[in-house]
Design a binder for this molecule. Sequence first.
Ligand code: FES
Length: 575
Amino acid sequence: MNDTKDRPVGLDNGLTNYGDLDFARYLRRSFARSMGLSTTLLERPIVGIAMTPSGFNNCHRTMPELVEAVSRGVLAAGALPMPFPTISLGEVFLNPTSMVYRNLMSMDTEEMIVAQPMDAVVLIGGCDKTVPAQLMGAASANRPAIQLVTGPMMTGRHRGQRLGACTDCRGYWSKYRAGTVDLAEIDLVEGRLSVTAGTCAVMGTASTMACIAETLGMSLPGTAAIPAVHADRLVAAEESGRAAVALIHRPIRPDQVITPHSVENAFRVLMAIGGSTNAIVHLTAIAGRLGIRVSNARLNQLSDETPVLVDLKPVGDGYMEDFHAAGGMGALLRELRPLLHLDTIDITGCTLAERLDEPLEWVDRLVIRPFDDPVSKVGGLVALSGSLAPDGAIFKRAAATPALFESEGRAVVFDGLADLAKRIDDPDLDVRADDFLVLQNIGPQAAGMPEAGYLPIPKKLAQAGVKDMVRISDGRMSGTAFGSIVLHVAPEAAIGGPLAAVRNGDRIRLSIAEKRIDLLVDAAEIARRLATIEPLPVPPRGYKALYRKTVLQAGGGCDFDFLTSDGSLRKDDAA
Ligand code: FES
């Protein structure tokens, strides 16, 4: 069906308002012709290409060739490609943390899709926050849209060992802190961790979000894991361009693709890949743009029913290039088939059932395990609740030490990042291997929720051979990190969550079996301590003021309250 005949297409979309539509059309065409485009091309429908190149984003180094390949597909299918820039977020180049700017990028993406004359859009992102931001923006704009990811890096080599950013970055840094790797070697490793264009080489946040985008149906089937430098990545880009043109003639909008069923499928995949804890926040925010919510109880049910099937770092051994070669998302989704909603559609209009009915060429069972021989019988992530986290917390059991799952410890408290940096390696710090390290005031409002929840093991313990401890914070951790780490504690300390009441020497109990994290202090005493918390000051102006006033807790996806589906989700009810 071609439904373009009853509505404006191409340059006639959303004419600039001068009070004279014919003049607006004449002026727009005149200016478009100044770009050297023929009148024949200017008659065509338009596919916008949201591109995100940046000198500060190594993960998007291939953006020019991806834009060219998408454009090729659009032109070949009979439309006009119009690339346009939006903000780009390079994970390691932003201060205080890229998370502060994800919502800004989503607003940029949404508004530029809506304000400019395009009939469909291809969104090209890759690095951690860019794909969530683009999906959030696309969901809110609700115009036909396709997500294309830049793809993961290939691995490097060091003394015969494969290296991939950034799980191996952390592994080597821990060895350096423990004194088993010297400065000369860590300098060598620095140059061997990130050796090609693309996103981190393991199942970190970027790759997790790529898998989620494909599961939701917003990316073309089979494209999530293609390495950034593989020729097939360019083919995927060209095909995304063609598919965007098909969307113009047979519109499928994000709200038809991102549904309660596809969101549940995406949570299943998140569990099965042992994916990043960050993806819970991002998927919650994407779903929240369309009024879809998944409770922590349902999240735990999905996790308990869904085995980890993919053996990749940081949970297992392999890298994203192995996942692609092993069969990628197509193979994984077939294993998960009995658990999935099969009535969901992707942006081609194909149902998941139809996709999975297609025969599969080959699966490498070392990387993608059969359903009945999983890496782990239960999913990678669990939501916790309890007196320390009344509105929830997240624990990545797939990347943790099982011996610590049921444990109780003495709190060693740091009241912020400066305090942590000052004291964590102090030889006089009163800390033992069975203590719980607690970091306060790195939540969304206090600090933008940086990936500082992966507290380093105190140097004196690291040098004594301690590899893991229970660590608790209201922040996040990188999807490439590992350890027994309780994250996203809500409400955050800075707004009066019980995390702020923890004092050195308090006892805390963690139970993964019961999915609880409890501060073993009398409720009246917790309330007495919290009564002294001062409200956070609001920055006087600009984006930071908007951020502080409107950012939701992790349970609301850390979106801005006014950006959720109807703008009515307030900070107070976002748990
Ligand atoms: Fe961009 Fe890891 S730094 S994906």
